[in-house]
Design a protein around this ligand. Structure first.
Ligand code: NAP
Length: 507
């Protein structure tokens, strides 16, 4: 189904005139990537018809289920998303999976979509997480092992499939998080924030109840490289410095020597954001080499007694998890073993190399937060090394190495196009580039128009039409959640089971 078409690879679509076409486009995935792709296509070609397929009953993807509840400003984009969904040219097909392999779930084969639509854009994101690949990661007997940060985030944000995760936050006080990215920092902040503050956000009431009972006081965030190589950002670190009663601990000797060395100074001169972050860390951290004992009389940030710690540990790569015997009624601590690393190469691209030294860190719960990953979709090419759909500037290719071997009419947008990095603004810019590729191909007659009238017959013949959630259904659910939230003094109280969502939508 591929051909050597030789499209211009990186041009962006620009015309002052609007494009009048009767093209029919399908988008697989109703998150930021899919909705921004739709919005850009419609802004340049308002007569195009766009159908958005989403396996969950709800749109918004990671904006609903990934963005931290205490970052409501990041969710302002949902106003625009609802405008896109209410555009008369757009149909939302919620609760309809495409190209999944699940036996018990009817999904629409990608080939069927490609036969109905002129173009199909894959924007289904990254619903898996990367694993550490270490001994003991998957648990031992009844011990759960290393929990995915993606699952933890999905749990407190109300994703239906994450609601059964057993965390037992009340039975231990110490959590280790592997990874130095913003997702790791989100997890640390949620674990260490006063639940009374979280209760005013759109976090689920079940998560608030569990966090109220939680005994977690100490979070250690462990990175394999040094302070100059962290992936999290200053705004998120600053939020940690403002948490009442929290002491931030790190190896200040290492921090100071990394910043003061010749290479470090050069990097910090070239990057003001990194310089600001190192200054912030130096200003607000306590030295792990000579920790002050946590003193009940000592005032922490915000004038509250310091009784919680957040420790940043550097130059450690996880090796294995060791499980102690579980004593009756007690949760015995597990130990995570780490190799001590040294860095090689320039700071901007430093590599971590393990030494023979090993350190143990005791904890009862460990989270891995080393990046999300996309999964293949049946019927679409997939690059298993990079965990993305291979593409040239949004046009899907059969394999990543052949820049001309395009799959006609198949496009990709968002994290499944470029990997799991970047904030919503990055996804928007990237979605616009994919939309431009679609627009150019529509304008140049490189894709057919498709016949969307056939889609309802197709869904009926597959037996999935009855489960569909439309835009109206989603807006009904959203209004219900907002009304429940208002009573509880929060923006919304999310419904966390698909069955309950469907009951409300179909009332
Ligand atoms: P990320 O920023 O890519 O961070 C991943 C972390 O995992 C890095 O510290 C990385 O270290 C580490 N890592 C990777 N493989 C590892 C391994 N095998 N062993 C040990 N450590 C390993 O990913 P993320 O935190 O999942 O965030 C994804 C994207 O969403 C990012 O662009 C992030 O900024 C964005 N996001 C933003 C916000 C926000 O703005 N508040 C919130 C959440 C997410 P190395 O650097 O050494 O590879």
């Amino acid at each position: 189904n591929s051909s050597k078409l030789g499209f211009p690879a990186f041009a962006s679509f620009s015309t002052t005139r609007q494009l009048a076409t009767d093209h029919n486009i399908a988008i697989v995935g109703g998150g930021a990537a899919g909705l921004y792709t739709a919005s850009r296509i419609l802004s340049k070609s308002p007569t195009t018809r766009i159908d958005i397929f989403e396996q969950l009953p709800t749109p918004q993807g990671l904006v609903r289920y990934g963005v931290a509840p205490d970052h409501p400003e990041v969710k302002n984009c949902t106003t625009k998303f609802n405008q896109v969904l209410q555009n008369p040219q757009v149909q939302f097909y919620g609760n309809i999976p495409v190209g999944t392999e699940s036996d018990h779930e009817c999904s629409v084969p990608l080939e069927r979509l490609r036969s109905v639509y002129g173009g199909v854009v894959l924007a289904y994101g990254a619903s898996r997480d990367r694993k550490l690949g270490i001994e003991g990661e998957d648990g031992c007997g009844s011990r759960v092992g290393v929990v995915s940060a993606r699952l933890f985030v999905a749990w407190y944000n109300g994703l239906p499939e994450a609601q059964d995760v057993q965390l037992d936050l009340d039975s231990f006080d110490r959590v280790v998080i592997v990874g130095h990215g913003n997702v790791a920092l989100d997890c640390a902040r949620i674990l260490l924030t006063d639940p009374n503050d979280l209760a005013r956000t759109d976090i689920t009431k079940r998560a608030v109840a569990a966090l109220r009972k939680s005994n977690v006081r100490h979070v250690e965030m462990v990175g394999r490289r040094g302070p100059l190589q962290v992936s999290f950002t200053t705004k998120e670190l600053r939020e940690m410095t403002k948490l009442p009663g929290l002491e931030i601990i790190c190896d200040r000797r290492l921090l100071e020597s990394e910043c003061a060395g010749e290479k470090g100074r050069r990097v910090l001169e070239a990057s003001r954001p990194l310089k600001r972050m190192m200054d912030l860390l130096l200003k607000h951290s306590v030295d792990s080499n000579s920790p002050k004992p946590i003193n009940e009389n000592e005032l922490g940030a915000g004038g509250v007694k310091g009784n919680k710690t957040f420790t940043l540990r550097f130059l450690l790569s996880p090796l294995r998890v060791l499980y102690n015997q579980v004593e009756e009624g007690l949760k015995a601590p597990q130990v995570m073993q780490f190799a001590v690393n040294r860095l090689s190469g320039p700071p901007e691209s430093a590599r971590a190399e393990a030494t023979s030294e090993i350190v143990d860190i005791a904890c009862c719960m460990a989270l891995r937060s080393i990046g999300y990953a996309s999964t293949p979709l049946v019927g679409a090419p997939f690059d298993h090394k990079r965990n993305i759909v291979p593409n040239i500037a949004g046009r899907v290719t059969v394999d990543q190495n052949d820049r001309n071997d395009l799959v006609p009419g198949l496009y990709v947008s968002g994290w499944v196009k470029r990997g799991p990095v970047g904030v919503i603004a990055t996804t928007m810019q990237d979605a616009y580039r994919t939309a431009d590729a679609v627009l150019m191909d529509m304008r140049d007659g490189n894709i057919g128009t498709g016949c969307r009238a056939d889609i309802d017959n197709t869904l009926r013949s597959l037996g999935v039409d009855a489960r569909r959630v439309s835009t109206e259904g989603w807006l009904r659910l959203e209004a219900y959640e907002a009304a429940r939230g208002e009573k509880a003094g929060k923006p919304r109280e999310k419904v966390t089971s698909v069955e309950e969502m469907l009951n409300i939508i179909n009332q």
